[in-house]
Design a protein around this ligand. Structure first.
Ligand code: ZN
Ligand code: ZN
Length: 116
């Protein structure tokens, strides 16, 4: 499932960090290349899962955190296509959802409980 968590990168476990990063590239590929890319992006935006106005900024945060953890990152991302989901991402909902679904992220969030 495509989802931009947009949560502080330090609370993401390695899997969720890599996953959210990969989804950024997949999403841009889908919008640019998939025959139904527009409809797919609209579907994600309606669920509050993506905001293309934040794609580049969020990708940069994820890439920086990956490098900090010693993971390879060699995949620049640029997006100048249509806007989907501007301001639809609800960080409270995302945080609750992620921590509910992943013990590793929940533990990290506790360790970083001073973070937003
Ligand atoms: Zn990348
Ligand atoms: Zn996780």
């Amino acid at each position: 499932m495509t989802r931009m968590w947009c949560l502080p990168t330090e609370i993401l476990c390695d899997d969720h960090l890599r996953g959210e990063h990969a989804e950024h590239h997949q999403l841009v590929g889908t919008i640019n290349n998939h025959p139904h890319g527009e409809a797919i992006a609209e579907g994600h935006a309606e669920k509050g899962n993506i905001d293309t106005t934040r794609l580049e900024e969020r990708h940069a945060q994820l890439a920086a955190e990956m490098e900090r953890r010693g993971m390879n990152h060699n995949s620049p991302l640029a997006y100048d296509g249509p806007t989907y989901g501007a301001d639809v991402i609800d960080l409270e909902v995302n945080r609750a959802d992620l921590l509910d679904r992943c013990e590793d992220c929940a533990t990290r969030a506790q360790e970083h409980s001073g973070s937003q």
